[in-house]
Write a protein that binds this ligand. Structure first.
Ligand SMILES: NC(=O)c1ccc[n+]([C@@H]2O[C@H](COP(=O)([O-])OP(=O)(O)OC[C@H]3O[C@@H](n4cnc5c(N)ncnc54)[C@H](O)[C@@H]3O)[C@@H](O)[C@H]2O)c1
Length: 292
């Protein structure tokens, strides 16, 4: 590994945090995975176990060596410490934060981390739209705050959008890119702006696709088929929305509206209603499609 980092603190064990923890543990890093409830950690452990088993099946079907045997899976899991105590990250070399896409949730996490972690430790923010400079502003280490917008599912996506905040140093960017290289991923560095590059475009597309359903122009399956058949996308916008989580989509589009003050980011009423109704996509079993 071309990095001095040996241990990584992963904060938040939801859709992204559990995958980020798995990918780092598979690459040989010690991981401390933190969430607020034991239930969330249990779900994360089950998700990781399922994902490791699935990788073995995929590998054997494609003629691979099916190297992920029971002992290997146990070794990966043994590298992850599951905890509800944020103080357990005090000794880690690098932090990747993946808590709920809500500033009122993220802000106190970074303030606490700043007091807990060693001064040289870099904090990577895995956020959909929250400006990295804003995160830096609530810590005493704004030069060590960097955006790492991982793509979902983390284990299958080779690229990460890396965001340079106003005060982010060149050393921090280099440390982030080296760490990503150590897990086999390439980082593309962009400047700080709400939603960065990918989500400024993606969230508008998803929200507009919700409007198409809301207005009865097309069914979700027709919209997704058009994007796949006409543009060669592997997934349509509403399948993507279900994968991301409709609650996270709504928080993201609301974040863009708040940050830009531009009405083009007004959330579709159907999206709001689905979130209120508990239809959060794959993670809740139902969104634009039924996964039960
Ligand atoms: N879902 C995606 O496809 C995707 C992709 C890229 C980036 N993101 C971003 O990653 C972040 C996490 O998204 P997600 O989809 O995993 O959300 P999620 O709702 O699935 O998980 C968030 C987790 O954070 C936990 N949490 C909340 N407060 C916490 C605290 N104080 N300490 C520790 N854990 C806490 C929650 O209990 C939950 O388990 C968000 O900022 C989101 O915008 C999501």
């Amino acid at each position: 590994m071309d990095t001095d980092v040996k241990s990584v603190g992963v904060i938040g064990a939801g859709v992204m945090g559990s995958e980020v923890a798995q990918v780092f543990a598979q690459a040989g890093f010690d991981v401390v995975l933190v969430d607020v409830t034991a239930d969330a950690l249990d779900r994360a452990r089950q998700t990781i176990e399922r994902s490791l088993r699935f990788q073995r099946i995929l590998s054997s079907r494609s003629g691979g060596s099916a190297s992920m045997g029971t002992a290997d899976r146990a070794a990966v899991l043994a590298r992850i410490a599951f905890t509800t105590d944020l103080a357990d990250v005090a000794g880690v070399d690098f932090v990747i934060e993946n808590v709920t896409e809500d500033w009122d949730v993220k802000r106190p996490v970074f303030q606490a981390l700043d007091g807990l972690c060693k001064p040289h430790v870099v904090f990577a923010v895995n956020t959909s739209v929250i400006p990295i400079t804003k995160v830096g502003g609530v810590t005493r280490r704004p030069d060590k705050i960097v955006g790492a917008h991982f793509m979902n599912p983390v284990s299958l996506k080779p690229m990460v959008e890396v965001i340079r905040g106003f005060h982010t140093s060149d050393e921090t960017i280099e440390a982030m890119l080296s760490l990503l290289a150590a897990i086999g991923k390439e980082g593309v560095v962009v400047a700080d702006s709400p939603g960065f590059v990918s989500n400024r475009v993606l969230m508008l597309t998803v929200n507009e696709a919700c409007y198409l359903v809301h207005e009865g122009v097309a069914e979700p399956a027709e919209i997704d088929r058009l994007f796949k058949g006409c543009f060669g996308h592997t997934m349509g916008p509403l399948e993507t929305a279900d994968l991301i989580g409709l609650d996270t989509i709504l928080l993201s589009i609301e974040g863009l509206l708040e940050n830009f003050g531009d009405s083009k980011y007004r959330p579709c009423p159907l999206l709001k209603q689905m979130v209120d109704a508990g239809l959060h996509g794959r993670k809740s079993g139902r969104g634009f499609y039924d996964y039960r």
